[in-house]
Unconditional design. Structure first.
Lengths: 112, 113
């Protein structure tokens, strides 16, 4: 069966510091990978998606970037965090474009 | 732009008291409507996909239905362990990003024993 791992579960960072969140998927090959952000009182918002190694598409302009160095690894990064980057970050995978997306347990990011 | 509206925002039921959650949507070329369950501090857990009007899916006490404008999640004889936030999402197939799920804000369901 397929599993998805995200770490860390919680993170507290000062404004202006860098960020690296990692997500890995097991039990499948060449998955589509996604990064979402869930803000309080708002629906999940797609930030980035990837259909293959090195292929990244951005949905919204922002202070964040994403990379996919390996088939089943997806990384969310920032060079300098802003207060507005606080939120619950979720990684997801799917077999193909219109198949269900399956989520990890997320990272709660607080910016001080 | 795709839009999803869920109602009610919160629902409190007694154990065994059946009810329905609503998801109204507008989307360009529906490719799928998805229901998820989310527990506090966790990621959404996939429940159902519906692809066309008239389709129904069932899982234990849950049944999802779909029309051209809305979807319902029916909960029959709920138990306290059904307490969670239920999320609805749509994926369109024409215009804009075809990879994005557009989510509603969810319905917080509480089932009291």
């Amino acid at each position: 069966s397929q599993t998805i791992h995200q770490w860390p579960a919680t993170l507290v960072q000062p404004v202006g510091s860098p960020l690296s969140l990692e997500c890995t998927v097991e039990g499948t090959s060449n998955p589509n990978l996604y990064w979402y952000r869930q803000a309080a009182g708002r629906g999940l918002q797609l930030l980035f998606y990837s259909v293959g190694i090195g292929q990244i598409s951005s949905e919204v302009p922002q202070n964040l970037s994403a990379s996919r160095p390996q088939d089943r690894q997806f990384i969310l990064s920032s060079k300098k965090l802003l207060l507005s980057d606080s939120g619950f970050y979720l990684c997801a995978w799917s077999r193909s474009q219109y198949q269900p997306q399956h989520f990890g347990d997320g990272t709660r990011l607080s910016i001080l | 732009e795709d839009q999803v509206t869920q109602s009610p925002e919160a629902l409190r039921l007694q154990e065994g008291e059946s009810s329905s959650l609503n998801c109204s949507y507008t989307v360009s070329g529906l490719r799928g409507l998805f229901w998820y369950r989310q527990d506090p501090g966790k990621g959404p857990e996939f429940l159902f996909t519906l692809y066309s009007a008239g389709e129904e899916k069932e899982k234990e006490r849950l049944k999802a239905t779909l029309t051209k404008k809305e979807s319902f999640l029916h909960i029959t004889a709920p138990k306290p362990e059904d307490s969670a936030t239920y999320l609805c999402a749509v994926q369109g197939g024409s215009g804009g990003s075809n990879y994005k799920l557009t989510f509603g804000k969810g319905t917080l369901l509480t089932v009291n024993p």
